[in-house]
Each structure stands twice: as C-alpha cells, then as structure tokens.
Design a binder for this molecule. Sequence first.
Ligand code: SAH
Length: 472
Amino acid sequence: MDYLPLFLQIRDQRCLIVGGGDIALRKIRLLSDAGAMIRVVAPAICSDIRVFLSSDHHELLEKAFDEQDLDDVCLVIAATDNPQVNRQVAAAAGQRRLFVNVVDDADVGTAVMPAIVDRSPVVVAFSTGGKAPVLARLLRQKLETILPQGYGKLAALAGGFREQVKARFSHINDRRYFWEKVLAGPAAEKAMSGDLDGAQAIFEQTLLASEAQKVGEVYLVGGGPGDPDLLTFKALRLMQQADVVLHDRLVSEEVLALCRRDADFIYVGKKRDRHTRPQEEINALLVELAKEGKRVLRLKGGDPFIFGRGGEEIETLADEGIPFQVVPGITAASGCASYSGIPLTHRDHAQSVRFITGHLKDGSYALNWGEMLDPGQTLVFYMGLLGLPRICQELVDHGRDINTPIALIQQGTTKNQKVFTGTLGTINDIIAEEKVRAPTLIIVGSVVTLHERLSWYKSEEAGSISYRDARV
Ligand code: SAH
C-alpha cells in the first residue's frame, strides 16, 4: 500500500486551500461538507467561492501564498493551476510536517484525495494513488449503482441502537452476530426503503428475542488451488464472518487476505517432513474454539474432502455435537488441469480419471498399480513429487507404455505456475535438471498431449518446458 486510508475529523478545524478558481471550489465543497473552517489564499478569488464561503467562519485572503498562511491549519490543499506555486506550497507544508494534497500531482504532496461515494454516515473512499484517476471514476460509477441510497439511513438507525445492544450482550462476538443478523434481515430492508418506524420496531423485537451464542460453529472451507478468483461465493462469505482462521501451507496468501481482517489467524500447517501440529491437536483445537462460542474457519487448500483430511476433522466435531458446514473448493486436479490446458477426460483420449495419493509411506507404495494401466484412463497424483521416479518406474514395470505422456504442474493457477511435460521415460530428467517446487501435481495420460495446443494461462514464470523429445 502506498498510502494509508484514513478518515479525518476536521469539523471546526482550520484547513488551507491555496487557489481561487474552479478546482479550488471543488475541494472547498468537500471540506465544507466535513464542517471545516476554510482559509482560501489566492491573488484572485472567484465569485462562486466568495458566495459559497460568505459566513464569518471562513477566511478569504486575496493575495499570493506565503508561509504564514500555514499558521494554525491542520490540512493543506494546493489547488492552483500553477505547478510552481503548488510545489512551493507543498514544500512549505512539508517543512511544518503538515499533510498536503496537491491537485493533479499526487507525487508532489503527501496526501491524495480519494474518490468518494457518500451515503453518510456510510462513506466509501478509494484511490488509485494518483496513478489512474479515470479508473477510480469508473469504479465509483460502479459503486454508486450497487450501494443503495438507503445505506446511510440504515447506519444512522444502527448507531441509535449501539448502547442498547452493548447492554444486552456483554461479549463482542454476540454483539457481532446480532448485528450481522439484523443488518442482513428485514429491518435493514425496511430502513433502506425509508420505513424507519417499521425498521425500528423490528430492531427492537430482534434485540429482545436474541440469545447469546453458547456454542460456535466450524466452517470447513475449500480455499481452492491458489487463484483467489476460484473461491466460491459461500467460501468468501464464511471467510468474512469467521472469528478465528485455522490455515495451513497450501492456502495462498491472496486467499488468506480475503478473510476478515480482524480475525485471529492460527497457522496449523504441516510440512512434509515436519508436522507442526499433529492432526489430533488440530481436531481438538477446533472443538475448543467452537465451545468458546467462536465461528471457526478451517481453511484448506483445494477441496477439503480430497486428500485434505477434512473427514477426520469433522468426525471429531460430529462426536462432540458441534455444528459445522463444509464448503467444497476447486481441487488441485481441476485447477491445474484447466490452467494448463489439459482436459482430464476427452472423447479421443480418456474415458475415466483417477485421483491417487503419491505420498510415500515408509518409502513405499501400497497402491494397486495393476488398475492404472488402461491407456484410456488419466491418472492424477497428488503429493507425488518426491516419489516421482518411483511412480514412473512402477507404472512402466506393471505395463503402462513408457511413452505415456506426463505433466508436472507446479504451483498451478498461481502467478508462479509452471508446466513441465515429458513421458514416463523422460520426465525424471526434469527433476535432475530443473528445480521443481512443491506443490506440484502430476497428470499421466494421453490428454497431456493437448497441453501444447490448449494452454492459455500466462503466468509470470516462463510457461512450459517440454522434455518430450529430450531423451526417449
Ligand atoms: N485438498 C487439496 C489437496 C491436498 S494434498 C486439493 O483438493 O487440492 C496436497 C497436494 O495437492 C500437493 O502435494 C500437490 O500435489 C497438490 N496441490 C495442491 N495445490 C496445488 C497447486 N496449486 N498446484 C499444484 N499442485 C497442488
């Protein structure tokens, strides 16, 4: 973030505007909306400004800017059409450590004016850091249409109930549940449509009828393979409600950033060789947090029910009578296949697909290799990077053609995605010559040949490396 967004209380505080034309007038209107005492300095001040600021509250100084104009002010806006003067104002304000906004030249000042959607007391302010004002304007148009005018009324009504809600619920979580319920329900609808009496009545009834929560709930949510755009709406909604988030290594930073900002985050990740927390401990922690009345988000990479131990975690919850919901996520097989242009099934290539764990247990596999020989079956190995040489060997030894195409998709769907292709006979050279990093998914079968034609996703890493023709 280049700038810290902040809302300033400037009622009855003196603010300086240098400039006396139209640009200055636009800023003056904003400052006036926020109740500021405005000092305008310019050799010529236009009549619109004179009319607008006619009360004694404000000062109009028809003269060139000098450093003393900064006395007693809390905020400075340089709004002249002369870049040199604007720079001079910015430098003088900087000397006094005052924040200064320079109109149309964000880099010179220390504050930028955001684009604003005003539903007071709800105000949405956003900025592109002065880089793309037109984009900010487009975004503003969008927000204007999706934020109902009634939001302001709703917020004002809610404000009137704050003390009563505090008195009714001593615990912050209970207050939050109450607000979430009431602000998404019929009271909100009524307030936004202008029926404030009706809304008030429903608020009061809901408050009387609401009980403090005794047991929380666990949301077992699939966070998908990496790209945050692949989350489901439901996942996002629950991610924004949770009080505590338990996450592990596979959940991408971008996905994690979409969780509620003030939630508690607990990392319970497992490394391949170093289990930071045994599974039983995670199960117990989920129970403990839910019993404290919290809404606990157990966020998993991909889909929680595909090699995610999701089943084990909710078994414990079921035994303890704790409510839970499960939200599916896009599993690595789907994500990686789509983002590498390798359809898992295809009428000309594969009539079935099999998901297999490639995790070595005590250095060996207890897999039924004999069932994986059909050339019309695509094989997808999760957790198979370490065991790759062994997987290829077993498949060939049991009779699958050594020329069967294979793809490794590293960090699929992320900006670091990289695809390596080869055959069962050649692919191990990749491990020798390239640094293939986890997480990597392995796809085996003739569908892999489609990658060259169908690959569409451009990651920041160099796209695809083929070992097909290297050494067969
Ligand atoms: N529940 C997860 C899988 C967990 S097992 C899911 O449904 O996707 C972990 C394995 O998943 C990794 O070893 C890797 O093989 C695969 N994987 C997960 N995310 C991946 C990604 N973004 N790119 C490639 N492979 C991934």
